[in-house]
Write a protein that binds this ligand. Sequence first.
Ligand code: UD1
Length: 371
Amino acid sequence: MAERGRVVHITGARPNFPKAAPVIAALTERGVEQLLVHTGQHYDDRLSRVFFDELGLPDPDLNLGVGSGSHAVQTAAVMVGLEELFLRDRPALVVVYGDVNSTVAAALVAAKLQIPVAHVEAGLRSFDVTMPEELNRRLTDQLSDLLFVTSPEAIGHLAREGVAQQRIHFVGNPMIDTLLAHLDAFDPVQARAGLDLGLSDTTAYLVATLHRPANVDDPASVRQLVSVLHKAAERLPVVIPLHPRGRVALESAGLSTSSGVIVTDPLPYSTFMGLVRGAAAVITDSGGVQEETTVLGVPCLTMRPNTERPVTITHGTNQLVTVDGVLPALDEVLAAPGSVRPAPVGSRPPLWDGAAGHRIAAIIAHQVEST
Ligand code: UD1
């Protein structure tokens, strides 16, 4: 194995960690030699360290410590650090996750060195090129040799972009592996108690998470958003774990001035999922939360004009809302409590069954052994 090179996983930002954990664990079971790299895109313990501890991820073998910066600065720093590593210790395969800047940076460096790339969560498309993630997805998929898709429509997107069929593997959703593996730890009562939110065990509440540039970077949007969250808080208390991006803007627009708004720091995985599990509804612009609420059967109002995860609408609990549409949609959901749980259509999206990590590991092991 040593002369063949290792499988190198590239992680960097919070949403990467629950996707990588089951893949790394399944490859470990198969005895595949691996190296885990953290680019340092997220360096805050609350966005990074806590996830490693909780998800049983091994400590990264290497942290590039790239930190924050403009897109070009951040992407370039990851590329420079990885090029050095890949030249020194030529991997058999580089595995990248999701759609963050670290993902595309790693794929580009590996492809230029003719090192095979596997992309976990390939083929998702919002068709909205104003989102940096959409560019990251498209480019990463063009550079990848193994494309692991989480939902069937992704296969069609990739085929239309000219990706050869034999490179595409519909394996299910490894982030949902992580969710199902930790389900017993998602205890709404314990999550609330641990956070001292001032909510009784029986008080209904909402959870909101907002961090997308389109929602939190423009002062006019932020003011509108804060006003909507205040109105939502007149219906039910809203717990808002705040991502560092947008924190200052949202707070300066008076987010915490409503008594029904409870702002917290970013939360550990099980605490956050426990809160979500017990929520009457979630208001979000996150990609992962759309999927997690679908499996937990919690109504999800996504404040975006589009989603790259339509399966969460067709097979789940998600609906897209505009800033003006949030309150009417919320009122409808609150007027019919229980109507959304369990997830409609009676089933989860196909292959969201807890075994995606094993499927991915089987294909990776085969690829590495045959090279
Ligand atoms: C990144 C991803 C986004 C994902 C999100 C999840 C890209 C383009 N975006 O967005 O797709 O949904 O992660 O969290 O890769 N910051 C800190 N501490 C940290 C990291 C960031 O305070 O540990 C602050 C900094 O002010 C930084 C800002 O957050 O400038 C943005 O960080 P960045 O990594 O560029 O993107 P995210 O908004 O976190």
